[in-house]
Design a protein. Sequence first.
Length: 64
Amino acid sequence: MEKFVQDKDFYTTTELAKILGISRISVFKRVGNGSINARKMGRNFIIFKKDVDLKKLRSIIKSG
């Protein structure tokens, strides 16, 4: 799965949750409050890699 994630320009909510070490529900909550910018694709969301700063998100999550 890791190789496949690197080949795409976006993350799914499940992939981003795994990378950040949080639940999918937490990702959805952050999408809802605007701290993660996501686009709706059918019934799912995708998060473009260019729109995400993983270091910043990790520090926000760790700080609570």
